[in-house]
Design a protein around this ligand. Structure first.
Ligand SMILES: Cc1cc2nc3c(=O)[nH]c(=O)nc-3n(C[C@H](O)[C@H](O)[C@H](O)COP(=O)(O)OP(=O)(O)OC[C@H]3O[C@@H](n4cnc5c(N)ncnc54)[C@H](O)[C@@H]3O)c2cc1C
Length: 316
């Protein structure tokens, strides 16, 4: 422990970090890109943090990436630059893995495109070096870019404390804007995503500019197409509700399509129109958000149809 105006903890291991969490109400600090803004005092001054802080970004247990039993396991503290597919980051990661470099390379290659694209759209290059996945998820903003991607990927969040481990779908972990069900003694340690080499993915973020733009609306969508038929399909909208919004009724209209039944794009879009209920705020208007969300839905479904036609062509 280091003594300072704010008490800070720098654990050497996950076990030590969990022990500290069980005894002290110390706020986990990963990249700090949300926390330092949330608790800023005035420009140029140290942030006014509410209590003790525990640094977690350096913990090796939170910086793992591996494929285990058909599941891609992403450590909580993987930086956005790595998830975005930055070649320099990947090379450094593989070198660091030493004799296990081939396994690291395999896991890095399995990062789903939708997550890669979402991480690439987050902030700007310097920020992506600091900001990590758990920070984006625990911040629980409905506009969190990788959050929408993780919803679309039906990701599980792994939570650990001294008394054990539990896993929850990300959609149950986030309980409201800025709210999660993280217990005071827990840390997010990993995210689990089914490793699917042939997943169709779609990601679009609409903001005011290409970098450092917070999201007005986003759509992350994924499908598994087997033997010409959609086996599973997700639509996850960012910044149009209190949390990322999934639209199960619209998803069900697409599942089972192919093999003789075409995707009815206007009907799916109508279902999405009925479900989404965005609000006006400082970033955008409800009307704009809804229209853009519907346009993105059409674009995603057209892209899925093209993908299915291409796949059919490949096997013909
Ligand atoms: C200029 C700027 C631009 C930005 N642009 C975007 C953008 O385009 N898209 C976007 O989605 N976000 C954006 N953000 C927000 C922010 O960068 C992201 O949410 C980022 O992923 C937060 O990660 P972090 O590691 O910095 O989290 P931190 O600030 O360290 O922490 C955020 C929250 O996560 C908690 N936490 C961290 N690790 C753990 C853990 N292991 N277990 C439990 N809780 C944990 C912290 O206690 C805190 O509550 C931007 C921020 C800034 C300052």
């Amino acid at each position: 422990m280091v003594d300072a105006a704010v008490k800070t903890y720098l654990p050497d291991s996950l076990a030590e970090a969990l022990d500290i969490r069980s005894r002290v109400n110390a706020l986990p600090l990963a990249g700090g890109t949300d926390l330092m803004v949330r608790y800023r005092a005035k420009n140029g001054l140290e942030p006014s943090l509410p209590g003790p802080v525990m640094f977690v970004n350096h913990l090796p247990e939170l910086r793992k990436i591996e494929i285990s039993d058909g599941t891609l396991v992403l450590g909580a503290s993987l930086p956005m630059a790595l998830l975005a597919g930055d070649p320099g980051e990947h090379k450094a990661w593989i070198l660091k893995a030493g004799g296990q470099g081939h396994k690291a390379a395999e896991a890095l290659a399995a990062i789903p495109e939708v997550l890669r694209d979402a991480a690439s759209a987050l902030g700007a290059p310097a920020l992506r070096q600091r900001a990590v996945l758990a920070g984006n998820v625990a911040n629980a903003s409905p506009a969190g870019d990788t959050v929408a991607a993780l919803y679309a990927l039906e990701t599980e969040v792994v939570l650990e404390s001294v008394s054990g481990k539990r896993r929850l779908p990300v959609s149950r972990f986030i309980s409201g804007p800025g709210k999660t069900v993280l217990k005071p003694d827990e840390l997010i340690t990993a995210f689990r995503i089914p490793a699917e080499p042939s997943r169709w993915c779609y990601w679009r973020k609409v903001g005011t500019r290409r970098a450092n733009a917070l999201t007005k609306v986003s759509l992350a969508s994924c499908a598994l197409v087997k033997k010409g038929r959609v086996e599973s399909f997700t639509l996850a909208y960012g910044a149009v509700g209190p949390t990322v919004v999934l639209v199960p009724a619209a998803q069900a209209m697409v599942e089972g399509c192919g093999a003789g039944r075409d995707i009815d794009i206007p009907a799916v879009v109508e279902e999405v129109r009925r479900t989404l209920n965005p609000i006006d705020d400082q970033r955008s208007t409800a009307k704009y958000r809804k229209q853009v969300a519907l346009n993105l839905t059409t674009q995603a479904l057209e892209s899925l149809k093209e993908y299915m036609q291409r796949k059919q062509g490949d096997t013909a």
